[in-house]
Design a protein around this ligand. Structure first.
Ligand code: GLN
Length: 525
C-alpha cells in the first residue's frame, strides 16, 4: 500500500518507529493530489510550502521523542522542536474552506470572499498546529455551507471519486471526496444540517458531527450559529476518535463552547456492544428513503444484532416538522450572520455611486443564487409581523423535536438510521429543484436541531455507490458512537473497498466543471 492510502493511526505507527518521516508522508499525499485534482477538484487552495514547514517541525518532534525519525530528505533529524509528538503529528489534513487559517486564503466557497486572507487561526486550526498536524489545503464547499452537493460552490464542482459525474454530497464535499480518494489522510468539515455526515456517507468515509458546543466555533465563518458544528471526516472510526480528541474541548473564545474537556476517545474503541440498546426511529426508514438504501441499512442492523446489541423500533413523532423548522431557523440566522459581507472590510467590493449602492452591488455580485434565496427567506421570517408566525413557531417546533430525542434516549443508548435517503446523485440532477435538494437532509437535520452528536459509518453499497449508517447518541455521549461504530466497522470491513478512480484518466476539461476565479488549486510542487 502506498503511504497516502493509509489511515492516520497506521501512519503514526510508522512515524514512531522512524520507518517513514513526516516529509515522506507529505510527499506521498501531495504527489497523489497532483494526479487526482485535475478530475476531482476537491481543493480550492493548496499550501505545500506551509505544509512542508509543518512536516519539518513534526520531524523534529519525532526526533525529540525517539531520536530515530528521518526528515524528508532521508537524513536523520537533528534534535530540538516541540515537546513530544501529538496524536496527529506529521499527519496531512485537509480543511474545509470556511475555517480561518492565518495567512491562507479562506473563501467559504464564495466569490464575496475570493481574496480573503484571515489574520488569525480558528481554534480548531491552532489546536491542530499545536498537535503537529500538517495542513495541506482548503477544500471546496457549497457557498457558505448552504447545499448538499457542493454544486453551490462559487467556483467549481467537486466530483465523487466513486462515480464520474456524481456529486460528493455537501456542503463539505471537497473534504469528503479528497479523504475518500486519499488526497488527504484526514479532513475537517462543518455540519449545520448534515454537511459532515451526508458527504461522508456519499463518499464512503466516516463523518462525525459532535455535540453542539463540544468543538469551538471560533474562526468558523458562521452560517447558522445555533446549529453549526465542526467535525472530523476520516477513513475509519479510529482516526475519527483521534481527530476529535485533538479539536474538542472548552474554548473561552467561543461563548457557546461547553465547559467540558476533550477526552481520549480512543478508549471507547475495541469494546463489546453486547446489551447495547439501539433504537430505529420508524420515521427515518419510511417514505422518502430509497428502498435499496433501506435494505443495506437493514443488513447493518442484522450485523449489530449478531454482535449482541438489542435493536427495536422507536418513534420521533415530530420528524415531519424538522425540514420546515430548519429552513426557517437556518436562513433566519444566516440572514443576520451574512449581513457583515458588505464590501467594506474584506472580500469583494464592487464600486457604486454611494455607499448603499456599493454594498448592494457587492452583495449582488458576490453571493450566489442559493445564498441570496436563504437571505431573503430568513429576512422575511424575522421581519416585523411575521416573526411570531414563522421564526418563533419554528423555535417551538425545535423544542418538540429535541424532546422526541430525550424521550427516545430514556429507552435507547444509540439511535440508528440511514445517513442519507439516497446514494450520490448525478451533478445537475437536483440543482433546479431546491426542495429535492433539501430532502437530502431528512435524517440529519433533526440531529442538529436537537444539538446531538451523530456519526456516519460506511455500511455497504447500492448500485455501486456507498451507503452510510447514521448513529445518534445523547448529548456528549460521543463515546457510545465510537464504540458502536468501531464494533460495526471491525465486523464488516467495508474499508477494504475503495474507489477505483478509473474515471480520472478520461476526464477532460470539457467534461469537468468550468472553473471560475479561483480555479481549482493547481498543484505546483
Ligand atoms: N444541506 C443543508 C443546507 O443546505 C445543510 C448544510 C450544512 O450542514 N452546512 O442547509
Amino acid at each position: 500500500m502506498k503511504m497516502h492510502e493509509l489511515t492516520a493511526h497506521e501512519i503514526r505507527v510508522l512515524l514512531e518507529r522512524g520507518e517513514v518521516s513526516p516529509g515522506e508522508v507529505l510527499d506521498s499525499v501531495l504527489g497523489h493530489i497532483q494526479d487526482l485534482e485535475p478530475a476531482l477538484h476537491a481543493y480550492i487552495t493548496l499550501c505545500p510550502d506551509d505544509a512542508r514547514e509543518a512536516a519539518e517541525q513534526a520531524c523534529k518532534a519525532y526526533a525529540d521523542k525517539s531520536a530515530g525519525a528521518r526528515c524528508g530528505t532521508g537524513a536523520r533529524c537533528g534534535t530540538g522542536g516541540r515537546d513530544g509528538a501529538g496524536a496527529l503529528c506529521g499527519i496531512p489534513i485537509a480543511i474545509k474552506d470556511n475555517m480561518c487559517t492565518e495567512g491562507i486564503r479562506t473563501t467559504c466557497g464564495s466569490k464575496i470572499l475570493h481574496n480573503f486572507v484571515p489574520p488569525y487561526d480558528a481554534t480548531v486550526i491552532s489546536r491542530l498546529k499545536k498537535d503537529g498536524a500538517v495542513i495541506v489545503g482548503k477544500t471546496n464547499m457549497d457557498e457558505f455551507a448552504m447545499g448538499s452537493s457542493t454544486e453551490n460552490s462559487g467556483f467549481f464542482d467537486t466530483y465523487n471519486p466513486w462515480r464520474k459525474g456524481a456529486v460528493p454530497g455537501g456542503s463539505s464535499g471537497g473534504s469528503a471526496a479528497t479523504v475518500a480518494a486519499d488526497g488527504a489522510i484526514l479532513a475537517l468539515g462543518s455540519d449545520t444540517g448534515g454537511s459532515v455526515r451526508q458527504p461522508a456517507s456519499l463518499c464512503g468515509v466516516v463523518g462525525l458531527k459532535p455535540t453542539y458546543g463540544l468543538v469551538s466555533r471560533y474562526g468558523l465563518i458562521a452560517f447558522a450559529s445555533s446549529l453549526d458544528q465542526i467535525g472530523p471526516i476520516t477513513k475509519d472510526v479510529t482516526d475519527c476518535a483521534l481527530l476529535l480528541g485533538v479539536i474538542a474541548g472548552h474554548d473561552p473564545q467561543d461563548s457557546t463552547s461547553a465547559p467540558v474537556q476533550a477526552s481520549d476517545y480512543t478508549t471507547y474503541l475495541d469494546k463489546d456492544i453486547k446489551g447495547t440498546r439501539i433504537g430505529i426511529p420508524k420515521e427515518y426508514m419510511g417514505e422518502g428513503i430509497d428502498p435499496d438504501v433501506r435494505r443495506v441499512v437493514e443488513r447493518a442492523v442484522a450485523v449489530l444484532r449478531g454482535l449482541g446489541a438489542s435493536v427495536d423500533e422507536c418513534s420521533l413523532p415530530h420528524t415531519d416538522y424538522a425540514l420546515a423548522t430548519y429552513y426557517l431557523i437556518a436562513p433566519a440566522e444566516c440572514s443576520s450572520n451574512l449581513a457583515r459581507f458588505d464590501g467594506v472590510r474584506h472580500g469583494l467590493q464592487t464600486k457604486g455611486r454611494s455607499i448603499e449602492d456599493m454594498m448592494s452591488k457587492t452583495r449582488r455580485d458576490g453571493f450566489g443564487a442559493e445564498v441570496k434565496r436563504r437571505i431573503m427567506l430568513g429576512t422575511y421570517a424575522l421581519s416585523a409581523g411575521y416573526y411570531d408566525a414563522y421564526y418563533a413557531k419554528a423555535q417551538k417546533a425545535r423544542t418538540l423535536i429535541r424532546k422526541d430525542f430525550e424521550h427516545a434516549f430514556k429507552q435507547f443508548d444509540v439511535l440508528l438510521s440511514p445517513t442519507s435517503p439516497t446514494v450520490a446523485f448525478m451533478a445537475g440532477e437536483r440543482v433546479d429543484n431546491p426542495l429535492q435538494m433539501y430532502a437530502a437532509d431528512l435524517c440529519t437535520i433533526p440531529v442538529n436541531l436537537a444539538g446531538l452528536p451523530a456519526m456516519s459509518v460506511p455500511c455497504g453499497f447500492s448500485a455501486g455507490l456507498p451507503v452510510g449508517l447514521q448513529l445518534i447518541a445523547p448529548h456528549f455521549e460521543e463515546g457510545g458512537l465510537f464504540t458502536v461504530g468501531h464494533a460495526y466497522e471491525r465486523a464488516t470491513g467495508w474499508r477494504q473497498f475503495r474507489p477505483a478512480l478509473d474515471w480520472q484518466a478520461s476526464a477532460t476539461p470539457e467534461q469537468g466543471p468550468a472553473p471560475s476565479d479561483p480555479s481549482p488549486a493547481t498543484p505546483e510542487m
